[in-house]
Write a protein that binds this ligand. Structure first.
Ligand code: SAH
Length: 471
Protein backbone atom coordinates (compact mmCIF):
# COMPACT_ATOMS: atom_id res chain seq x y z
CA UNK A 1 0.00 0.00 0.00
CA UNK A 2 2.76 2.40 0.91
CA UNK A 3 4.40 2.23 -2.48
CA UNK A 4 3.52 5.23 -4.54
CA UNK A 5 1.93 6.90 -1.54
CA UNK A 6 2.84 10.37 -0.32
CA UNK A 7 2.96 11.11 3.39
CA UNK A 8 2.79 14.75 4.40
CA UNK A 9 4.39 14.64 7.82
CA UNK A 10 4.78 17.37 10.42
CA UNK A 11 8.25 17.15 11.99
CA UNK A 12 7.38 19.18 15.09
CA UNK A 13 8.75 22.53 16.19
CA UNK A 14 12.49 21.89 16.47
CA UNK A 15 13.20 19.50 19.29
CA UNK A 16 13.58 16.12 17.53
CA UNK A 17 11.65 14.33 20.28
CA UNK A 18 8.53 16.25 19.36
CA UNK A 19 7.65 14.35 16.20
CA UNK A 20 4.63 12.03 16.38
CA UNK A 21 5.07 8.26 16.60
CA UNK A 22 3.34 7.85 13.25
CA UNK A 23 5.72 10.36 11.66
CA UNK A 24 8.75 8.68 13.21
CA UNK A 25 7.79 5.21 12.07
CA UNK A 26 7.07 6.36 8.52
CA UNK A 27 10.39 8.20 8.41
CA UNK A 28 12.20 4.94 9.11
CA UNK A 29 10.51 3.28 6.14
CA UNK A 30 10.30 5.98 3.47
CA UNK A 31 12.17 5.60 0.16
CA UNK A 32 12.32 9.33 -0.62
CA UNK A 33 12.33 12.15 1.91
CA UNK A 34 11.78 15.73 0.78
CA UNK A 35 12.37 18.02 3.71
CA UNK A 36 12.32 21.68 4.65
CA UNK A 37 15.27 23.40 6.18
CA UNK A 38 13.37 24.05 9.41
CA UNK A 39 13.24 20.44 10.52
CA UNK A 40 15.42 18.96 13.27
CA UNK A 41 18.27 17.41 11.26
CA UNK A 42 18.74 14.71 13.93
CA UNK A 43 15.56 13.14 12.57
CA UNK A 44 17.28 12.35 9.28
CA UNK A 45 19.55 9.91 11.09
CA UNK A 46 16.76 7.36 11.34
CA UNK A 47 16.07 7.06 7.61
CA UNK A 48 16.96 3.87 5.75
CA UNK A 49 20.53 3.79 4.38
CA UNK A 50 19.08 3.46 0.88
CA UNK A 51 16.65 6.38 1.24
CA UNK A 52 17.02 9.38 -1.03
CA UNK A 53 17.03 12.55 1.08
CA UNK A 54 16.34 15.83 -0.72
CA UNK A 55 16.34 19.25 0.92
CA UNK A 56 13.81 21.50 -0.77
CA UNK A 57 13.96 24.29 1.81
CA UNK A 58 15.34 27.76 1.54
CA UNK A 59 19.14 27.68 1.46
CA UNK A 60 21.37 30.08 3.40
CA UNK A 61 21.62 32.36 0.37
CA UNK A 62 17.83 32.61 0.27
CA UNK A 63 17.42 30.42 -2.77
CA UNK A 64 14.43 28.15 -2.54
CA UNK A 65 12.92 25.54 -4.77
CA UNK A 66 9.71 26.88 -6.29
CA UNK A 67 6.55 25.37 -4.82
CA UNK A 68 5.47 24.09 -8.24
CA UNK A 69 8.76 22.23 -8.57
CA UNK A 70 8.31 20.65 -5.14
CA UNK A 71 4.77 19.58 -6.03
CA UNK A 72 5.98 18.10 -9.31
CA UNK A 73 8.84 16.26 -7.60
CA UNK A 74 6.53 14.74 -4.98
CA UNK A 75 4.21 13.47 -7.67
CA UNK A 76 7.04 12.20 -9.87
CA UNK A 77 8.67 10.22 -7.06
CA UNK A 78 5.35 8.71 -6.01
CA UNK A 79 4.51 7.73 -9.58
CA UNK A 80 7.87 5.96 -9.80
CA UNK A 81 6.49 3.68 -7.07
CA UNK A 82 8.35 5.15 -4.12
CA UNK A 83 7.08 5.69 -0.62
CA UNK A 84 7.47 9.48 -0.46
CA UNK A 85 7.65 11.37 2.79
CA UNK A 86 7.33 15.13 2.71
CA UNK A 87 8.74 16.31 6.04
CA UNK A 88 7.73 19.80 7.06
CA UNK A 89 8.51 21.89 10.14
CA UNK A 90 5.86 22.02 12.86
CA UNK A 91 2.51 20.97 11.45
CA UNK A 92 2.35 20.29 7.73
CA UNK A 93 -0.81 22.30 7.10
CA UNK A 94 -0.12 25.44 9.11
CA UNK A 95 1.55 28.13 6.96
CA UNK A 96 3.62 25.51 5.21
CA UNK A 97 1.86 25.31 1.86
CA UNK A 98 1.09 21.71 2.73
CA UNK A 99 -2.43 22.20 1.46
CA UNK A 100 -1.05 22.92 -2.00
CA UNK A 101 1.06 19.78 -1.93
CA UNK A 102 -1.96 17.70 -0.98
CA UNK A 103 -3.91 19.33 -3.82
CA UNK A 104 -1.12 18.42 -6.25
CA UNK A 105 -1.33 14.78 -5.13
CA UNK A 106 -5.10 14.81 -5.42
CA UNK A 107 -4.97 16.33 -8.91
CA UNK A 108 -2.44 13.71 -10.00
CA UNK A 109 -4.49 10.94 -8.36
CA UNK A 110 -1.56 9.99 -6.15
CA UNK A 111 -2.71 8.58 -2.80
CA UNK A 112 -1.64 10.66 0.17
CA UNK A 113 -1.88 10.68 3.95
CA UNK A 114 -1.52 13.65 6.29
CA UNK A 115 0.36 13.13 9.55
CA UNK A 116 -0.19 16.28 11.62
CA UNK A 117 2.72 17.66 13.59
CA UNK A 118 3.09 19.67 16.76
CA UNK A 119 2.95 23.20 15.49
CA UNK A 120 5.46 25.80 16.62
CA UNK A 121 2.53 28.18 17.06
CA UNK A 122 1.48 26.27 20.19
CA UNK A 123 4.60 24.34 21.21
CA UNK A 124 6.97 27.30 21.22
CA UNK A 125 4.84 29.39 23.62
CA UNK A 126 4.37 26.25 25.75
CA UNK A 127 8.15 25.76 26.06
CA UNK A 128 8.48 29.44 26.95
CA UNK A 129 5.91 29.18 29.75
CA UNK A 130 2.99 30.81 27.92
CA UNK A 131 -0.32 28.94 27.63
CA UNK A 132 -2.03 30.43 24.56
CA UNK A 133 -5.39 30.41 26.30
CA UNK A 134 -6.28 30.68 29.96
CA UNK A 135 -9.73 30.80 31.53
CA UNK A 136 -8.91 33.97 33.43
CA UNK A 137 -7.56 35.91 30.50
CA UNK A 138 -8.77 34.70 27.16
CA UNK A 139 -11.06 32.18 25.57
CA UNK A 140 -9.66 32.63 22.07
CA UNK A 141 -6.41 32.82 20.22
CA UNK A 142 -5.44 33.82 16.70
CA UNK A 143 -2.45 32.50 14.76
CA UNK A 144 -1.25 35.04 12.24
CA UNK A 145 1.47 35.29 9.65
CA UNK A 146 3.35 38.56 9.99
CA UNK A 147 4.73 38.11 6.52
CA UNK A 148 2.79 40.67 4.56
CA UNK A 149 2.09 40.41 0.91
CA UNK A 150 3.44 43.47 -0.87
CA UNK A 151 1.14 46.45 -0.74
CA UNK A 152 -1.32 44.89 1.70
CA UNK A 153 -1.74 46.17 5.26
CA UNK A 154 -1.58 43.71 8.07
CA UNK A 155 -5.05 42.65 9.17
CA UNK A 156 -5.15 41.64 12.79
CA UNK A 157 -8.10 39.44 13.73
CA UNK A 158 -10.05 39.96 16.94
CA UNK A 159 -8.69 37.69 19.66
CA UNK A 160 -7.24 38.16 23.13
CA UNK A 161 -4.05 36.24 22.37
CA UNK A 162 -2.21 36.78 19.12
CA UNK A 163 0.52 34.44 17.96
CA UNK A 164 2.62 35.74 15.09
CA UNK A 165 4.73 33.48 12.91
CA UNK A 166 7.13 34.64 10.20
CA UNK A 167 7.29 38.10 11.72
CA UNK A 168 10.90 38.85 12.62
CA UNK A 169 11.38 41.34 9.79
CA UNK A 170 8.05 43.05 10.43
CA UNK A 171 7.87 43.47 14.16
CA UNK A 172 7.81 47.25 14.21
CA UNK A 173 5.04 47.37 11.59
CA UNK A 174 3.10 44.80 13.61
CA UNK A 175 3.41 46.85 16.78
CA UNK A 176 2.26 49.97 14.91
CA UNK A 177 -0.73 48.10 13.51
CA UNK A 178 -1.66 46.80 16.96
CA UNK A 179 -1.52 50.30 18.46
CA UNK A 180 -3.63 51.67 15.62
CA UNK A 181 -6.22 48.99 16.22
CA UNK A 182 -6.58 49.99 19.85
CA UNK A 183 -4.36 47.52 21.71
CA UNK A 184 -3.34 49.05 25.05
CA UNK A 185 0.29 50.21 25.18
CA UNK A 186 0.91 48.14 28.32
CA UNK A 187 -0.19 44.87 26.67
CA UNK A 188 2.45 42.19 27.35
CA UNK A 189 4.41 40.84 24.39
CA UNK A 190 7.06 38.13 24.08
CA UNK A 191 9.40 36.93 21.40
CA UNK A 192 10.59 33.34 21.55
CA UNK A 193 13.50 32.40 19.33
CA UNK A 194 14.40 28.83 18.42
CA UNK A 195 11.66 27.50 20.66
CA UNK A 196 11.88 23.96 22.11
CA UNK A 197 15.61 23.86 21.21
CA UNK A 198 18.45 24.12 23.74
CA UNK A 199 19.28 27.61 22.51
CA UNK A 200 15.72 28.89 22.98
CA UNK A 201 15.62 32.52 24.12
CA UNK A 202 12.64 34.47 25.42
CA UNK A 203 12.38 38.25 25.68
CA UNK A 204 9.25 39.81 27.22
CA UNK A 205 8.09 43.41 27.40
CA UNK A 206 5.20 45.80 26.79
CA UNK A 207 3.88 46.82 23.40
CA UNK A 208 4.80 50.50 23.86
CA UNK A 209 8.44 49.86 24.74
CA UNK A 210 9.19 46.50 23.14
CA UNK A 211 11.48 47.84 20.46
CA UNK A 212 13.51 49.62 23.15
CA UNK A 213 13.50 46.46 25.26
CA UNK A 214 14.93 44.56 22.32
CA UNK A 215 17.53 47.30 21.85
CA UNK A 216 20.58 45.72 20.31
CA UNK A 217 19.24 42.20 20.55
CA UNK A 218 19.22 40.72 17.08
CA UNK A 219 16.19 38.47 17.02
CA UNK A 220 17.29 35.12 15.64
CA UNK A 221 15.05 33.07 13.39
CA UNK A 222 12.86 31.15 13.61
CA UNK A 223 10.87 33.11 16.16
CA UNK A 224 7.31 33.46 17.37
CA UNK A 225 5.77 36.60 18.89
CA UNK A 226 2.98 36.30 21.43
CA UNK A 227 0.79 39.27 22.36
CA UNK A 228 -1.77 39.28 25.17
CA UNK A 229 -2.25 38.94 28.92
CA UNK A 230 -1.19 35.28 28.93
CA UNK A 231 2.39 36.48 28.42
CA UNK A 232 2.36 37.58 32.08
CA UNK A 233 2.25 33.89 33.12
CA UNK A 234 5.70 33.41 31.59
CA UNK A 235 7.62 34.22 34.75
CA UNK A 236 5.70 31.64 36.75
CA UNK A 237 5.52 28.90 34.15
CA UNK A 238 8.95 29.05 32.52
CA UNK A 239 9.69 25.37 33.22
CA UNK A 240 12.14 24.92 30.34
CA UNK A 241 14.09 28.12 30.88
CA UNK A 242 14.44 27.44 34.59
CA UNK A 243 16.32 24.21 34.01
CA UNK A 244 20.03 23.94 33.40
CA UNK A 245 21.19 22.95 29.92
CA UNK A 246 23.44 19.91 30.16
CA UNK A 247 25.49 18.77 27.19
CA UNK A 248 25.92 15.00 27.45
CA UNK A 249 28.69 13.46 25.38
CA UNK A 250 28.14 9.75 25.65
CA UNK A 251 25.39 7.23 25.60
CA UNK A 252 22.23 6.78 27.66
CA UNK A 253 21.36 10.49 27.91
CA UNK A 254 18.02 9.67 29.58
CA UNK A 255 19.90 8.75 32.73
CA UNK A 256 20.79 12.34 33.36
CA UNK A 257 17.42 13.95 32.77
CA UNK A 258 17.10 14.73 36.48
CA UNK A 259 19.98 17.19 36.01
CA UNK A 260 18.18 19.45 33.50
CA UNK A 261 17.52 19.80 29.77
CA UNK A 262 19.71 17.22 28.12
CA UNK A 263 21.43 18.13 24.90
CA UNK A 264 22.74 14.84 23.62
CA UNK A 265 25.56 14.83 21.10
CA UNK A 266 27.60 11.78 20.27
CA UNK A 267 31.29 12.53 19.91
CA UNK A 268 32.68 8.99 19.86
CA UNK A 269 31.54 5.73 18.39
CA UNK A 270 32.71 2.16 18.87
CA UNK A 271 33.67 0.12 15.83
CA UNK A 272 35.32 -3.27 15.27
CA UNK A 273 39.11 -3.35 14.88
CA UNK A 274 40.44 -4.10 11.39
CA UNK A 275 42.54 -7.08 12.38
CA UNK A 276 40.59 -9.52 14.48
CA UNK A 277 43.08 -12.43 14.30
CA UNK A 278 43.83 -12.21 18.01
CA UNK A 279 40.21 -11.82 19.00
CA UNK A 280 39.18 -14.79 16.86
CA UNK A 281 41.96 -16.94 18.26
CA UNK A 282 40.79 -16.23 21.81
CA UNK A 283 37.26 -17.28 20.86
CA UNK A 284 38.41 -20.71 19.71
CA UNK A 285 39.81 -21.43 23.16
CA UNK A 286 36.98 -19.94 25.19
CA UNK A 287 36.30 -23.19 27.02
CA UNK A 288 39.79 -23.00 28.59
CA UNK A 289 38.93 -19.89 30.58
CA UNK A 290 37.69 -19.95 34.15
CA UNK A 291 36.31 -16.42 33.93
CA UNK A 292 35.25 -14.07 31.17
CA UNK A 293 35.05 -10.56 32.44
CA UNK A 294 32.89 -8.01 30.59
CA UNK A 295 33.71 -4.41 31.44
CA UNK A 296 31.15 -2.68 29.22
CA UNK A 297 28.15 -3.24 27.02
CA UNK A 298 30.46 -2.98 24.04
CA UNK A 299 32.79 -5.74 25.20
CA UNK A 300 29.73 -8.01 25.18
CA UNK A 301 28.45 -6.66 21.89
CA UNK A 302 31.73 -6.99 20.00
CA UNK A 303 32.67 -10.37 21.47
CA UNK A 304 29.36 -11.78 20.29
CA UNK A 305 29.75 -10.11 16.90
CA UNK A 306 33.03 -12.00 16.44
CA UNK A 307 31.52 -15.22 17.78
CA UNK A 308 28.77 -15.09 15.18
CA UNK A 309 31.24 -14.12 12.46
CA UNK A 310 33.14 -17.31 13.31
CA UNK A 311 30.02 -19.43 13.12
CA UNK A 312 29.89 -19.83 16.91
CA UNK A 313 27.38 -18.86 19.56
CA UNK A 314 26.98 -18.65 23.36
CA UNK A 315 27.72 -22.38 23.72
CA UNK A 316 31.36 -21.65 22.86
CA UNK A 317 31.74 -20.03 26.27
CA UNK A 318 31.46 -23.46 27.86
CA UNK A 319 31.71 -23.65 31.62
CA UNK A 320 33.50 -20.30 32.05
CA UNK A 321 32.09 -18.07 34.75
CA UNK A 322 30.87 -14.66 33.70
CA UNK A 323 31.58 -11.35 35.39
CA UNK A 324 29.81 -8.09 34.41
CA UNK A 325 31.02 -4.72 35.63
CA UNK A 326 27.49 -3.41 36.19
CA UNK A 327 23.78 -3.82 35.58
CA UNK A 328 23.72 -2.40 32.05
CA UNK A 329 26.37 -4.86 30.93
CA UNK A 330 24.55 -7.64 32.79
CA UNK A 331 21.35 -6.80 30.92
CA UNK A 332 23.20 -6.90 27.61
CA UNK A 333 24.66 -10.30 28.48
CA UNK A 334 21.23 -11.63 29.41
CA UNK A 335 20.05 -10.65 25.95
CA UNK A 336 22.77 -13.02 24.65
CA UNK A 337 21.56 -15.77 26.98
CA UNK A 338 24.23 -15.33 29.69
CA UNK A 339 23.43 -14.75 33.35
CA UNK A 340 26.49 -13.23 35.05
CA UNK A 341 27.91 -15.01 38.09
CA UNK A 342 29.42 -11.85 39.47
CA UNK A 343 28.28 -8.20 39.40
CA UNK A 344 30.04 -5.82 41.78
CA UNK A 345 28.11 -3.51 44.08
CA UNK A 346 29.91 -0.46 42.66
CA UNK A 347 30.14 -0.19 38.89
CA UNK A 348 33.82 0.45 38.28
CA UNK A 349 37.10 -1.38 37.78
CA UNK A 350 37.89 -1.03 41.45
CA UNK A 351 34.42 -2.29 42.33
CA UNK A 352 35.07 -5.30 40.16
CA UNK A 353 38.45 -5.92 41.80
CA UNK A 354 36.83 -5.75 45.23
CA UNK A 355 34.25 -8.31 44.18
CA UNK A 356 36.96 -10.59 42.74
CA UNK A 357 38.92 -10.33 45.99
CA UNK A 358 36.31 -12.64 47.49
CA UNK A 359 37.04 -15.28 44.85
CA UNK A 360 40.13 -17.44 44.67
CA UNK A 361 41.75 -16.33 41.43
CA UNK A 362 45.13 -17.87 41.88
CA UNK A 363 46.14 -19.74 38.75
CA UNK A 364 42.72 -19.01 37.17
CA UNK A 365 42.54 -18.06 33.51
CA UNK A 366 40.65 -14.83 32.92
CA UNK A 367 39.66 -13.47 29.51
CA UNK A 368 39.30 -9.72 29.38
CA UNK A 369 37.73 -8.50 26.12
CA UNK A 370 38.79 -4.86 25.71
CA UNK A 371 38.69 -1.69 23.66
CA UNK A 372 41.95 -0.71 21.94
CA UNK A 373 42.71 1.93 24.55
CA UNK A 374 41.90 0.82 28.07
CA UNK A 375 43.13 1.44 31.59
CA UNK A 376 45.54 -1.07 33.11
CA UNK A 377 43.88 -1.03 36.54
CA UNK A 378 41.84 -4.14 35.98
CA UNK A 379 44.36 -6.51 34.33
CA UNK A 380 47.08 -5.49 36.79
CA UNK A 381 44.77 -5.88 39.76
CA UNK A 382 43.67 -9.33 38.61
CA UNK A 383 47.26 -10.40 38.02
CA UNK A 384 48.12 -9.24 41.53
CA UNK A 385 45.50 -11.71 42.71
CA UNK A 386 47.37 -14.49 40.91
CA UNK A 387 45.13 -14.70 37.85
CA UNK A 388 46.46 -15.59 34.41
CA UNK A 389 44.93 -12.67 32.51
CA UNK A 390 44.51 -12.51 28.76
CA UNK A 391 43.45 -9.03 27.63
CA UNK A 392 42.23 -9.15 24.03
CA UNK A 393 41.23 -6.16 21.91
CA UNK A 394 37.80 -6.50 20.28
CA UNK A 395 36.94 -2.94 19.28
CA UNK A 396 38.10 0.64 19.20
CA UNK A 397 36.56 4.06 19.68
CA UNK A 398 36.56 6.60 16.90
CA UNK A 399 35.77 10.30 17.06
CA UNK A 400 32.66 11.56 15.30
CA UNK A 401 31.57 15.12 14.65
CA UNK A 402 28.96 16.25 17.17
CA UNK A 403 28.04 19.25 15.00
CA UNK A 404 28.19 22.89 16.04
CA UNK A 405 27.22 23.76 19.58
CA UNK A 406 26.48 27.26 20.82
CA UNK A 407 28.19 27.19 24.20
CA UNK A 408 26.51 30.45 25.25
CA UNK A 409 23.47 28.26 25.92
CA UNK A 410 25.26 25.45 27.74
CA UNK A 411 25.44 25.44 31.56
CA UNK A 412 27.19 22.10 32.07
CA UNK A 413 29.11 19.56 30.06
CA UNK A 414 29.03 15.96 31.24
CA UNK A 415 31.80 13.58 30.19
CA UNK A 416 30.94 9.93 30.60
CA UNK A 417 34.38 8.53 29.75
CA UNK A 418 37.97 9.50 29.14
CA UNK A 419 37.53 9.11 25.39
CA UNK A 420 34.69 11.64 25.36
CA UNK A 421 37.04 14.13 27.07
CA UNK A 422 39.80 13.55 24.52
CA UNK A 423 37.42 13.87 21.57
CA UNK A 424 35.83 17.03 23.04
CA UNK A 425 39.15 18.78 23.58
CA UNK A 426 40.20 17.94 20.05
CA UNK A 427 36.96 19.24 18.52
CA UNK A 428 36.42 22.30 20.74
CA UNK A 429 39.71 23.99 21.45
CA UNK A 430 40.35 26.13 23.45
CA UNK A 431 37.99 24.56 25.97
CA UNK A 432 34.83 26.70 25.87
CA UNK A 433 33.55 28.60 28.92
CA UNK A 434 36.32 27.51 31.24
CA UNK A 435 35.07 29.89 33.91
CA UNK A 436 31.37 29.84 33.11
CA UNK A 437 30.58 26.25 32.16
CA UNK A 438 30.35 23.63 34.84
CA UNK A 439 32.20 20.50 33.73
CA UNK A 440 31.24 17.15 35.24
CA UNK A 441 33.11 13.84 34.94
CA UNK A 442 31.47 10.48 35.50
CA UNK A 443 33.82 8.48 37.68
CA UNK A 444 37.35 9.14 38.86
CA UNK A 445 39.20 7.84 35.75
CA UNK A 446 37.18 10.26 33.58
CA UNK A 447 37.97 13.13 35.95
CA UNK A 448 41.65 12.25 35.76
CA UNK A 449 41.60 12.48 31.97
CA UNK A 450 39.73 15.82 32.19
CA UNK A 451 42.39 17.17 34.55
CA UNK A 452 45.14 16.02 32.23
CA UNK A 453 43.47 18.23 29.62
CA UNK A 454 43.24 21.23 31.92
CA UNK A 455 39.54 20.83 32.72
CA UNK A 456 38.67 21.04 36.39
CA UNK A 457 35.63 18.78 36.30
CA UNK A 458 33.46 17.98 39.27
CA UNK A 459 33.29 14.29 40.08
CA UNK A 460 30.00 12.49 39.63
CA UNK A 461 30.17 9.19 41.42
CA UNK A 462 29.22 6.09 39.52
CA UNK A 463 26.20 4.87 41.37
CA UNK A 464 25.53 1.25 41.90
CA UNK A 465 24.69 -0.50 38.68
CA UNK A 466 23.81 2.70 36.91
CA UNK A 467 26.46 4.18 34.88
CA UNK A 468 29.98 3.50 33.97
CA UNK A 469 29.50 0.30 32.04
CA UNK A 470 27.87 2.04 29.15
CA UNK A 471 30.97 2.34 26.96
N1 SAH B 1 4.27 24.71 9.71
C1 SAH B 1 5.07 25.37 10.72
C2 SAH B 1 5.16 26.85 10.48
C3 SAH B 1 5.86 27.21 9.21
S1 SAH B 1 6.07 28.93 9.02
C4 SAH B 1 4.52 25.05 12.11
O1 SAH B 1 3.43 24.51 12.22
O2 SAH B 1 5.21 25.31 13.06
C5 SAH B 1 7.66 29.17 9.76
C6 SAH B 1 7.52 29.96 11.03
O3 SAH B 1 7.26 29.11 12.11
C7 SAH B 1 8.77 30.71 11.43
O4 SAH B 1 8.88 31.93 10.75
C8 SAH B 1 8.53 30.91 12.89
O5 SAH B 1 7.65 31.98 13.11
C9 SAH B 1 7.81 29.65 13.28
N2 SAH B 1 8.72 28.65 13.89
C10 SAH B 1 8.98 27.43 13.42
N3 SAH B 1 9.82 26.76 14.26
C11 SAH B 1 10.06 27.61 15.28
C12 SAH B 1 10.84 27.52 16.47
N4 SAH B 1 11.55 26.41 16.79
N5 SAH B 1 10.89 28.59 17.30
C13 SAH B 1 10.20 29.70 17.01
N6 SAH B 1 9.44 29.85 15.91
C14 SAH B 1 9.37 28.81 15.06
Amino acid sequence: MSHGTVYLVGAGPGNPELITLRGYHLLQRADVILHDRLIPTELLRVVKPTAEVICVGKSADGHSVAQEEINALIVKKARAGHMVLRLKGGDCYLFGRGGEEAQACSAAQVPFEVVPGITSALAVPAYAGIPPTHREFTPHVAIITGHRQAGKTLEIPKADTLIFLMSVGNISAIIDALKEQGWAPETPIAVIERGTCYDQRVVTGKLESFLTTLGDIQVRTPAVFVVGKVVDLQQQLDWFGMRKNILVLGNYPQRYEHLGNIIHRRIIDCVPIEDSTDADASLRTLADFDWICFTSVNTARFLFERLYANGLDARALGPAKIAAIGQTTAEKLKAFGLYPDLIPRITSSSGLLEAFAEQDLSGKKVLLPRPEVASKTLPEGLRDMGADVRAVTFYKTIEIDPGDIDFDYIDSVLFTSGSTVRAFVKRFSPVPGKDTIHYIALGKPTRTVAREHGIDAELMEEKEGRMKDEG
